[in-house]
Design a protein around this ligand. Structure first.
Ligand SMILES: Nc1ncnc2c1ncn2[C@@H]1O[C@H](COP(=O)(O)OP(=O)(O)OP(=O)(O)O)[C@@H](O)[C@H]1O
Length: 797
């Protein structure tokens, strides 16, 4: 970690190149200085007399005014003498880097910093930098990290092609390198070092893909940070009333002023926000800043003077996911844990590591050794990751991360009843044991890449019915939330009001414009509670006029800090009616603070419970995948990405209808923004491109569908038993997961999985392509799914 002080202001304009050469060729360097930096580094150019002019031995003060850094460095150039490392004398000034044979020699090579396209760490040597201009590549071998970072920082910050033409007040917060010789990271923040030490990520993992390690650390700590913030949020609220004991608070809590918004959408391509190994092309370091390099925050959003507003924008933009999930775990089968709770998912018998391979299915994969289960006190992020797999933690008082005492997997059923699951035995030092998992792919099924192509990003479809005119919330350029999308459907060209400018009253006003004015109590009579989510209880109720059963989700709005999401969800459900979507029927505000969302009643409940209580046949798996895929096809045709497909979010009814629910994390792709970068979803179901914080599109849902298919085959998603950070690392690096018993599966099913779980997004199938897949032709009739619900009768539900 290199915390460097604020950057100096850039130098004033200097002379042009032609003058430079003249000056340079006529001068020589003094002999008295060694590696160092100018005390006046970049501070002023007012006395500057010439770019690249060699230091004037008689005028140290003048010299110091120009020279940023100088010293003898081992240099290797590409080209004829490319195998030779030679000691050279380098002098960095505000706009040039000159290379001399020695400190007394004239310039051999002069590089204008404006020509530098890249400066990055490379592993050619332990402390090695690669510098690239459009026609030159050269390597500098330094003696230490400090030296390396010094040169890199100083060159980087003065090279306009790298997007920092006007360095202002930014501070490098994370400045990490990886030394391939020692196999260790350098400059890791303390907290990250500790996390890594505690994690099951091995040194071999570092070596294999150090960037992935950083990616997952960043992801993980982002989540931790969010959870901590939620804890603060909850703590300030005190005990809640109603709606369970989730971490939802009662109002929007502003971020501290100037706090950079927590993010899951690092690496949005907006520059400077993604932590990377030094030297990774195209990615620089994390710069935190009051203002950021580009005047945007880590989300790529213009920084708001009000942190609360920044947060609201973030929420609507979808990057709230994990936070919401964390909150939603407090009760019912929600998606995120409260700190202090421990929430792995279903009973998970000890099993060999599901190992996988490098990207590119369907090639056979080698198994990775499983490291011993580490002594690991789950942090809040662990808890989140585990909890998010399925179901909530036990209801508990908020506890700081790291204080969870027990590691016994627990989850609740849909009614919030806690289940205590068998303790997961320590799987022991399986490091050297060969993985039993085998590739899921069947060569006979053909390479995914040969059969599928990239999905078209569909244009916005016109709204089927007019939206409430007051729904003007939109996301910013990076992530249109669904509300934004819905608004865009209505008035694509309108000047939309950013959610970040809306206060809670305005959001409530918007909500009021979405809901029906009637009194639901006069229309429905509740029968019983059938489920509990983070945001409220779910009841089955009778429609008084027709006798028809409906599900009503009741939410106490005073306990919902994320009302925008609720608006999102309602809007998407309203606009996405389809036989494979849990259809929205109506919504009501009761006493201004209670929101009722009435939807189709799915008496079969969540697929998760069905998986837990049955062994599914392939034709049933096919049928569920087919139905889910139809729902996804519909969403994607509307340019909506669900982003949280998993068995918890697929419900069945008594006739075996299969429907997707939970649209809180949906995102809308627009013509302007056909890709997303926000990290949203549930880690175990997340596509690698999401974990790696790349841009992604609708195909993330296809990946998640593939993981859901594995749930149906193996009862749980891959890596569920892994230590959380390791699980993220495996998702990021292994690519296509492997199966426990591939030999037990049909060629068609393996082929299906291979086109869903294809790391190469272009080769991953689209929903419409999947619908044509031979495996889905094996689907049983919906009536063939009804027997899967028998367990419910036995359970008396
Ligand atoms: N339409 C429905 N029909 C029948 N049961 C439902 C329906 N919707 C939800 N449930 C039941 O209620 C439980 C909680 O649903 P809910 O949507 O509140 O969960 P969640 O997604 O975890 O919470 P949240 O949306 O608040 O984050 C589900 O697991 C399911 O068992």
């Amino acid at each position: 970690m290199s915390l460097t002080p604020s950057r100096p202001a850039p130098a004033a304009p200097l002379r042009k190149g032609s003058e430079i050469q003249n000056v340079l060729s006529n001068s020589g360097y003094g002999s008295s200085f060694s590696v160092g930096t100018s005390s006046a580094s970049g501070s002023s150019s007012s006395t500057y007399s010439g770019i690249g002019g060699s230091p004037d031995r008689t005028s140290d003060s003048l010299m110091n005014a120009h020279i940023v850094r100088y010293g003898t460095v081992s240099v290797k150039e590409d080209g004829l003498v490319s195998w030779l490392w030679r000691p050279k004398y380098l002098v960095l000034k505000q706009q040039t880097l000159s290379i001399h044979k020695n400190e007394n020699a004239p310039i051999q090579t002069l590089i204008s910093l404006s020509d530098i396209a890249n400066i990055e760490r490379t592993d050619l040597k332990p402390y090695c930098l690669l510098l690239e201009t459009k026609d030159k590549r050269m390597y500098f071998s330094l003696k230490s990290d400090e030296e390396l970072y010094g040169w890199q920082d100083d060159i980087y910050s003065r090279s306009p092609l790298m997007g920092v033409s006007n360095p202002t007040n930014f501070v490098h917060k994370v400045h990490v390198g990886f030394d391939p010789i020692s196999g260790a990271f350098t400059g890791l923040p303390d907290s990250w070092s500790k996390l890594l030490t505690k994690s099951a990520i091995t040194r071999e993992d570092y070596q294999k893909d150090p960037q992935a390690v950083l990616d997952v650390l960043e992801f993980y700590t982002d989540r931790q940070k969010r959870e901590m913030e939620d804890m603060d949020f909850s703590a300030t609220l005190g005990p809640r009333s109603g709606g369970g004991s989730s971490g939802y608070g009662s109002s929007l809590t502003p971020y501290p002023e100037n706090a950079s918004a927590p993010r899951f959408n690092a690496g949005t391509g907006l520059g400077g926000s993604k932590v990377s190994l030094d030297g990774r092309p195209g990615i620089k370091r994390q710069d935190s800043a009051p203002t950021g390099i580009n005047g945007v925050d880590a989300n790529g959003q213009p920084l708001s003077s009000s942190a609360a507003l920044a947060r609201a924008a973030e929420l609507v933009n979808g990057s709230h996911a994990a936070q919401l999930q964390a909150n939603t775990m407090s009760s019912g089968s929600g998606r995120g844990p409260l700190p202090g709770s421990l929430q792995p998912s279903r009973p998970a018998p000890p099993r060999p590591l599901l190992t996988a391979n490098r990207p590119a299915p369907p090639a056979p994969h080698g198994a990775l050794p499983k490291p011993p289960l580490p002594e690991h006190t789950p942090s809040s992020a662990d808890l989140l990751l585990r909890a998010k797999a399925h179901g909530p933690p036990k209801e508990t008082t908020t506890k700081p991360p790291g204080l969870a005492e027990d590691r016994i997997p627990q989850r609740k059923d849909s009614l919030g009843t806690e289940r205590r699951l068998p303790e997961r035995p320590n799987v022991g030092p399986a490091k050297s044991s060969p993985a039993t998992s085998k590739p899921m792919t069947d060569p006979a099924s053909g390479a995914a890449g040969s059969t599928v192509g990239p999905p078209p990003v569909k244009p916005l479809q016109p709204a089927k019915k007019p939206m409430a005119p007051t729904v003007t919330v939109t996301a910013e350029k990076e992530d249109g939330g669904v509300a934004a999308a819905a608004a865009a459907l209505e008035k694509p060209k309108q000047v939309e009001k950013r959610i970040s400018t809306m206060n809670e009253a305005q959001i409530m006003e918007k909500l009021r414009s979405v809901v029906s004015a009637d009194d639901p109590k006069a229309m429905y009579s509740k029968i019983r509670k059938v489920g509990q989510g983070a945001s409220g209880h779910v009841y089955v109720a009778k429609t008084l006029a027709t006798g028809k059963k409906v599900a009503i989700k009741e939410m106490d709005l005073s306990n919902q800090p994320r009302k925008e999401l609720i608006v999102n969800e309602i809007l998407v459900m309203k606009e996405s009616q389809h036989p494979n979507i849990v259809n929205f029927l109506d919504s009501y505000l009761v006493r201004s603070s209670e929101l009722w969302v009435v939807m189709e009643y799915m008496e079969g409940g969540a697929l998760t419970d069905i998986i837990e209580n049955n062994t599914l046949e392939e034709d049933q798996i096919s049928s569920i995948c087919f139905e889910t895929c139809k729902g996804l096809g519909h969403l994607h045709s509307q340019s909506i990405i669900h982003r949280d497909i998993k068995s918890d979010n697929v419900l069945l009814d008594a006739q075996g209808h299969v429907k997707i629910t939970d649209f809180g994390f949906c995102a809308k792709l627009t013509d302007q923004k056909s890709k997303r970068a926000t990290m949203v979803g549930t880690p175990y179901w997340m596509a690698p491109e999401v974990v790696k914080q790349k841009e992604y599109g609708a195909k993330v849902d296809i990946w998640s569908l593939g993981i859901m298919a594995i749930e149906m085959i193996e009862n749980e998603p891959p890596y569920l038993d892994e230590e959380p950070l390791k699980a993220l690392y495996l998702i990021a690096t292994n690519g296509t997961p492997t199966l426990k018993k591939p030999e037990a599966l049909s060629r068609e099913l393996k082929g299906f999985l291979s086109v869903c779980l294809c790391v190469d997004v272009k080769s991953r199938a689209t929903a419409s392509e999947l619908l044509e897949h031979e495996f889905l032709r094996k689907a049983c009739a919906l009536s063939g799914l009804a027997p899967l619900l028998r367990f419910k009768t036995k359970q008396g539900s």
